[in-house]
Design a protein around this ligand. Structure first.
Ligand SMILES: *[C@@H]1O[C@H](CO)[C@@H](O)[C@H](O)[C@H]1NC(C)=O
Ligand SMILES: *[C@@H]1O[C@H](CO)[C@@H](O)[C@H](O)[C@H]1NC(C)=O
Length: 276
């Protein structure tokens, strides 16, 4: 027969054991023990605004802008996104979300010196005949200068340019073979290229416009030139026509007037115009 004191102890032990078991099973990714109660943690993207009470579960709020929380948590705030420091050579690789931090990388021509990419360093400059190649080295992408293989060339000194492929001449003959520092030069197929033809046409058009402009300026500005040019034109016309062109019209009172259209009042035969 069990004595009452032993019975009480037995139940107490049972209760303790139950608490222990429930406590262990409560410690999961999304739950935690609080006030002998199994309460919810806050999911990624949120933080705990207030802990659970006897009567209600935890209260979670969304992370504010520029903040994130990647884990189930009981924290009272979300972490700020890191900023990629431009002066340090960093640029944003991936903008942060409410569950992930921003990821920075080194800008073009620079590389991360360690896995966590805490510091950017300038790439070495590769001279002509060499191109920048990235090689995995202990978890980091290390820039190296490598000699351009046959079929590729580099004619610049650069800390980011890789070797470039030689020109593909296709059906055109090769005028000059390529090297590690020089591109292949393609010959011409005999026919003038479209670009060349276009240039010639443009140049001729410009020349024509200049000639026309110049002649207009000369004719307009110089009376003597104007007269001379008209002389030439008239002579050519007379030559071509059997009858001479009637130049002047006699009016009833015998005065000689210039023909219509003869604006500059200096006829080529030297006749002075009488005042009308
Ligand atoms: C280019 O090289 C090939 C051999 O690799 C040679 O047969 C050819 O004559 C060369 N062409 C020129 C234009 O140098
Ligand atoms: C390098 O080669 C390219 C392609 O042939 C050419 O357009 C460019 O002018 C060259 N640059 C230098 C610095 O020689």
């Amino acid at each position: 027969m069990l004595r009452p004191i032993i019975l009480v102890c037995y139940f107490l032990c049972l209760f303790q054991g139950f608490q222990l078991v429930s406590g262990i099973s409560c410690k999961t990714r999304s739950r935690y023990l609080k006030l002998n109660k199994c309460c919810s943690k806050c999911p990624p993207g949120t933080y705990m605004n207030s802990e659970c009470t006897e009567t209600k579960d935890s209260e979670c709020y969304n992370c504010g802008p520029d903040r994130y929380q990647s884990e189930w948590n009981t924290l009272d705030h979300c972490q700020l996104h890191k900023t990629c420091n431009r002066n340090g050579g960093f640029v944003v690789e991936k903008q942060g979300t409410n569950t992930a931090d921003t990821i920075c990388q080194c800008q073009l021509g620079m590389y991360c010196i360690n896995k966590d990419c805490e510091i950017c360093e300038e790439n070495k400059v590769c001279g002509p005949g060499y191109g920048v190649v990235y090689r995995q080295d202990g978890g980091i992408s290390m820039p190296m200068c490598e000699r351009c293989e046959p079929g590729y060339f580099s004619n610049v000194s650069s800390n980011m340019a890789p070797c470039r492929k030689w020109n593909d001449c296709g059906s055109l003959p090769i005028q000059e073979n390529g090297t590690a520092t020089k591109d292949v030069k393609c010959g011409t197929s005999g026919l003038p290229s479209k670009a060349g033809l276009f240039t010639v046409i443009v140049l001729l058009s410009i020349l024509l416009v200049i000639i026309i402009l110049l002649s207009f300026i000369c004719i307009g500005s110089n009376k003597e030139h104007r007269t001379k040019i008209r002389d030439i034109v008239n002579r050519l016309c007379r030559h071509n026509m059997s009858k001479p062109v009637q130049e002047h019209v006699k009016t009833e009172n015998g005065r000689i007037l210039a023909t219509a259209g003869d604006e500059d009042k200096s006829p080529e035969d030297g006749t002075e115009l009488l005042p009308v």
